[in-house]
Design a binder for this molecule. Structure first.
Ligand SMILES: C[S@@+](CC[C@H](N)C(=O)[O-])C[C@H]1O[C@@H](n2cnc3c(N)ncnc32)[C@H](O)[C@@H]1O
Length: 317
């Protein structure tokens, strides 16, 4: 199995962490691992754990990947995306032994506060994903107001017991930790132990759907008139950004952004002549997860082609 997990590697939602790592072991998650120093330390210090890192930034993914490869870590998987998607949709209830948030993005402006990760909804969700007897979330931050708001949020859920200690040595080696220590900022640490199981189980919100496609009759139109298509649907938004003609002249590719709850995928929808007519479907490229959103994307392209004279022979979505 690859060190990097892609949405398309997920067999189901939630998935089985033992399948993703190829072995049963206690699972630790780091959300927002940045350059991956702490993640690498964790993987080396805890060879008997499975360590999952989730990070939004592509540059950080690359840096962490190189660091982990140099270290020869085998008990780690990296996922580029939103920690909230992984916690809610990928991981089953009770599966997490530890969660680490080191210097999470503080979003200091008032109007951005709802972008903070450690708010009450996330604490409630996490309480359902942490192993009830031993599971804990460790927060280390230099941002006093974030620290206090996270403590308040956890307390408001009535699901955690907290332990305040000096930050662990390993959390002080990250890029941000070093930067703030150089500026003599106080670094705070708290461990949130899950004490109660929430009454609601927070089932996944993303529905994986079987591969979807349409067969159309008619000739593919001129691409010159293509303009960006934006479609809102119940679970998110599809934006068909651009259309391309392949070198073989017969296949059209539509570069499409699919945004669903905390899951953002860039996919290619193809339209190409086949034995039965024009096939429109999700191109098996880039390891996309086939979801309700990608199905909407296929429907968007189908609708665009139908507005240009093609007719639907068969639509499987
Ligand atoms: C201030 S940096 C800290 C990085 C690292 N933990 C360190 O201590 O150097 C915060 C990181 O969290 C990532 N991040 C923010 N929100 C996230 C989310 N919802 N899911 C995953 N990563 C996230 C950002 O891309 C960024 O790399």
């Amino acid at each position: 199995m690859n060190l990097i997990l892609k949405p398309g590697d997920l067999a189901a939602l939630p998935d089985d962490p033992a399948r993703l790592f190829g072995r049963e072991a206690p699972l630790a998650l780091e959300v927002g691992f940045g350059g991956g120093r702490f993640l690498t330390h964790l993987a080396e210090a805890r060879p008997a754990w499975n360590v999952l890192g989730v990070e939004l930034s592509g540059g950080s993914m690359t840096r962490a990947f190189k660091r982990l490869r140099r270290a020869g870590a085998r008990n780690v998987r990296l996922f580029r995306g939103d920690g909230r998607f992984v916690a809610r949709d990928v991981l089953p209830p009770g599966s997490l032994h530890r969660v680490y948030a080191n210097f999470p993005s503080p979003w200091p402006k008032k109007k951005h506060r709802d972008r903070r990760l450690l708010r009450a909804p996330f604490f409630r969700l996490l309480a359902s994903r942490l192993a009830s007897a031993s599971g804990a979330l460790h927060l280390t931050t230099d941002h006093e107001r974030y620290f206090r708001s996270a403590v308040r949020a956890a307390r408001s859920t009535d699901l955690y017991r907290m332990r305040f200690t000096p930050p662990p040595h390993a959390a002080l080696g990250t890029k941000y930790a070093r930067r703030w220590q150089d500026q003599d900022r106080t670094i705070r640490h708290v461990a949130f132990f899950s004490e109660n199981v929430p009454p609601f189980s927070f089932p996944p919100v993303i529905e994986p759907t079987p591969m979807h496609h349409a067969i159309l009759q008619g000739d593919l139109p001129d691409l010159a008139e293509f303009e960006k298509i934006v479609r809102q649907f119940d679970g998110g938004t599809v934006v068909v950004l651009n259309a391309y003609r392949a070198v073989n002249e017969t296949t059209y590719l539509f570069l499409t952004l699919v945004e669903e709850e905390h899951l953002r995928q860039k996919v290619l929808i193809e339209a190409r002549p086949s034995e039965n007519g024009v096939f429109v479907g999700l191109k098996p490229f880039g390891d996309a997860l086939s979801t309700e959103g990608t199905s909407e994307a296929v429907d968007c392209v189908t609708a665009w082609l139908c507005e240009r004279g093609l007719t639907v022979e068969e639509a499987l979505y």
